[in-house]
Design a protein around this ligand. Structure first.
Ligand code: SDX
Length: 433
């Protein structure tokens, strides 16, 4: 790489004796990228990068993370500050529109969301078709896509007003249908949001209120939920966010794009890990609590077992969210007077792993999913709802990234491939095969 003058940096690629030059760009946090937009046109050559471990899909101004240093910021604000000082809807506004809202902006935003929070009663017919045994993430993805039926117009992104309305509608209705996935499992009547309550209180009430009872949420639980939603709100180009951007790049609507993101998040290697962590810790507890046996299983290449909640594509240091959640887990459980033995198992597992060369060499640390389930459990969220909670938290990030991609008029996503199949061959009639 050479500096042509103080501004322009050029990368030179030599293939088969021929040199090709490409511009190099530097982000505001000094990340450096070779701009290969014209690589194939210029050279006839493409790159190959399974899992996109080395490939930037876009330029984005929403979230910055430094995996080596364990830094995470939303629109320049540190996750530590936001988790400590902000209200989830302030963070929603910040991620989507780029600035922390004034009091007036926040009040108007909350009012607009409240105004759209009722879900069309016909949606109850959609959810009634699911067995109570259906996993809530599958129901949530279907219901989110079904919202398109009641909001058929795709978003006219050239109209600020249309874009704002679609965003408010999504923010307003998604938590309700998310809560309905639990009520459907418990065969409870589906209710719309109580408009006299705040975001977390109304969400908890929609999930748990039983007929004939006046549900009262615990302020400790509300605080913990606010913090968890903020910590899950965005994480740059992770699997589900890249899915939302990819689906949106075909000019599919916002509900359809979010529905695809819910499905991607469900996977146990991604958001589904928070459920898998608790199932793993319960298995260890049932097995007598011997963490070394499971550490060895995780290290054994012949064994498909992985230490769920450990490792990360980008963080090669502690996930800053895991630090905050671990501290919050201690606080919430002691404030609630909950003594959950699997918290102790989690800490023992973390200690053992962080002292084991296999994990140290591979820079495998606890990620956001390792401790979050312990808090969800303590505040009464059933295990199969953990990833739904992750989706409710991640919704503003998906929306912000979708909006950035559409306003930036990015081209439809369509990766190339390297073909390794058969060369041209003659068709053989059946009798000659
Ligand atoms: C999330 O991308 C995001 O930002 C995601 C997320 C977000 O906010 O959106 O942060 C949320 O999805 C967190 C991750 C949740 N998933 C898990 O906890 C599942 C367990 N973790 C792993 O499956 C894995 O660490 C991934 C999927 C998270 C990352 O996988 P990579 O980057 O593809 O790494 P890899 O599989 O190539 O692993 C590198 C090495 C391998 O060993 P070697 O082949 O070098 O010998 O580390 C090993 C892996 O076998 N390894 C693990 C391990 N994770 C990686 N070994 C045991 N247990 C693990 N958990």
């Amino acid at each position: 790489m050479e500096v042509m003058n103080e501004k322009k940096v050029i990368a030179t690629l030599e293939v088969d004796g021929k040199k090709h030059e490409f511009p190099v760009i530097t982000g505001t946090e000094n990340e450096v990228a070779i701009d290969i937009k014209n690589l194939r046109a210029q050279t006839g050559i493409i790159t190959l990068d399974p899992g996109y471990k080395n490939t930037g899909s876009c330029e984005s101004a929403i979230t910055f993370l430094d995996g080596e240093k364990g830094i995470l910021r939303y629109r320049g604000y540190s996750i530590e500050d936001l988790a400590e000082k902000a209200d989830f809807l302030e963070v929603v506004f910040l991620l989507i529109f780029g600035e922390l809202p004034t009091k007036n902006e926040l009040d108007n935003f909350k009012t607009d969301i409240l105004g759209q929070s009722d879900v069309n009663q016909d949606m109850k017919k959609v959810i009634a078709g699911f067995p109570t045994s259906a996993h809530p993430m599958g129901v949530l993805s279907s219901l989110t896509s079904a919202l398109t039926a009641f909001n058929p117009k795709s978003v006219n992104v050239d109209s600020e007003e249309d874009m704002y309305k679609a965003i408010v509608k999504t923010l307003a209705k998604f938590p309700t249908i998310a809560a309905w996935t639990l009520r459907n499992r418990n065969a409870l009547p589906l209710k719309n949001r109580d408009k006299n309550l705040g975001f977390e209180e109304s969400f908890l009430k929609m999930m748990f209120e039983k007929p004939g009872e006046e549900y009262k949420s615990n302020p400790i639980v509300v605080d913990a939920l606010n913090k968890l939603l903020i910590l899950h709100a965005d994480h740059e180009q992770n699997c589900s966010t890249s899915t939302v951007r990819m689906v949106g790049s075909s000019q599919a609507g916002l509900f359809a794009s979010i529905s695809a993101g819910v499905s991607a998040l469900w996977g146990p290697l991604h958001g589904g890990a928070n459920q898998a962590v608790i199932e793993m810790l319960e298995e260890i507890e049932k097995d007598g609590g011997d963490t070394s046996k499971f550490i060895n299983k995780a290290k054994d290449k012949e064994d498909p077992f992985r230490l769920m909640g450990f490792g990360h594509r980008v963080y090669k240091n502690f996930d800053p969210r895991a630090r905050i959640i671990k501290k919050a887990a201690d606080e919430v459980l002691s404030d609630l007077g909950v003594n959950d033995p699997i918290l102790g198992i989690a800490k023992a597992l973390e200690k053992a792993a962080l002292e084991d060369p296999y994990f140290v060499e591979r820079k495998l640390y606890p990620n956001v999913d390792f401790y979050s389930g312990i808090i969800y459990r303590a505040i009464g969220i059933p295990t199969e709802m953990f990833t739904v909670l992750f989706a409710v938290g991640r919704l503003p990030g998906w929306i912000a990234q979708w909006r950035e991609m559409r306003l930036g008029k990015e081209p439809i996503g369509r990766p190339r491939q390297v073909y390794i199949g058969e060369n041209l061959r003659e068709f053989k009639d059946l009798e000659n095969r």
